[in-house]
Design a protein around this ligand. Structure first.
Ligand SMILES: N[C@@H](CCC(=O)N[C@@H](CS)C(=O)NCC(=O)O)C(=O)O
Length: 214
């Protein structure tokens, strides 16, 4: 690896968090650059075409999409995706579904609860988010029938979904009614790459047994 690895980062961004988990898993040492730190704002703007985080500078390239970062880490260090084309397609499908279907529901809840005071929360939006969450999970449950993780020893779909689940639990989404997924999240939430890279809101919720909004 050449030079400093730099991650323009925002702790609570699920796209950044999954990349932090994968970097740690791959043993890549990196320098976090909080994107809104006045010292970094200008250089971040220069590298981020759509003004988004994460931005990863590694091996003298700049990557501005989290999905591409995860693929790069897999291509460079291995182990984040299965070996066969068939299994890789299935794993990527899980990651995509986790981000769109589950992620959409979580985003709705997080935005409502993070941006407003509790007395101003729109309960209809919250109920809708919770319903979408429960509808999205059974399809993922089936993928766990034969293994503990979506990719052996955890990989790209596990990090994508864990970043959504962690925030979901921290913002008071009801626990999954799908037992294999519930066990999967218990396992993920004990892994060092999850614990060491969690945003503050997730670490705090985990410390309180996810009882923040109960
Ligand atoms: N497709 C992008 C999405 C990144 C994204 O939407 N990041 C959000 C934060 S979660 C962002 O930077 N929004 C602009 C902002 O927060 O100022 C990726 O996967 O890297």
């Amino acid at each position: 690896m050449n030079g400093e690895v730099r991650l323009y980062d925002k702790p609570e961004c699920p796209f950044c968090w999954r990349v932090r988990m994968a970097l740690q898993r791959c043993g890549v040492e990196y320098q976090p650059y909080p994107y809104d730190d006045p010292a970094h704002l200008q250089s971040w703007r220069k590298f981020a075409p759509a003004n988004t985080v994460p931005v990863l500078m590694i091996d003298e390239i700049v990557i501005t999409e989290s999905g591409v970062m995860l693929e790069y880490l897999n291509d460079s260090y291995g182990d984040l995706l299965p070996a066969s084309a068939r299994e890789r397609a299935l794993a990527r499908g899980v990651a995509h579904y986790a981000d769109t279907q589950v992620g959409g529901a979580v985003r709705k809840l997080v935005f409502e609860r993070r941006q407003r005071q509790p007395r101003e929360w729109d309960q209809e939006i919250i109920a809708e988010a919770m319903q979408e969450w429960h509808l999205a999970l059974p399809r993922l449950e089936k993928a766990l029938l034969e293994s503990d993780y979506f990719v052996a020893h955890a990989g790209i779909p596990d990090y994508v979904l864990a970043s959504r689940f962690g925030l979901a639990m921290a913002y008071g989404m009801p626990p999954p009614q799908t037992p294999l997924l519930a066990d999967w999240f218990d396992r993920m939430a004990k892994r060092s790459e999850f614990l060491d890279t969690s945003p503050g809101v997730v670490s705090e919720a985990l410390r309180r047994g996810w009882q923040i909004f109960a």
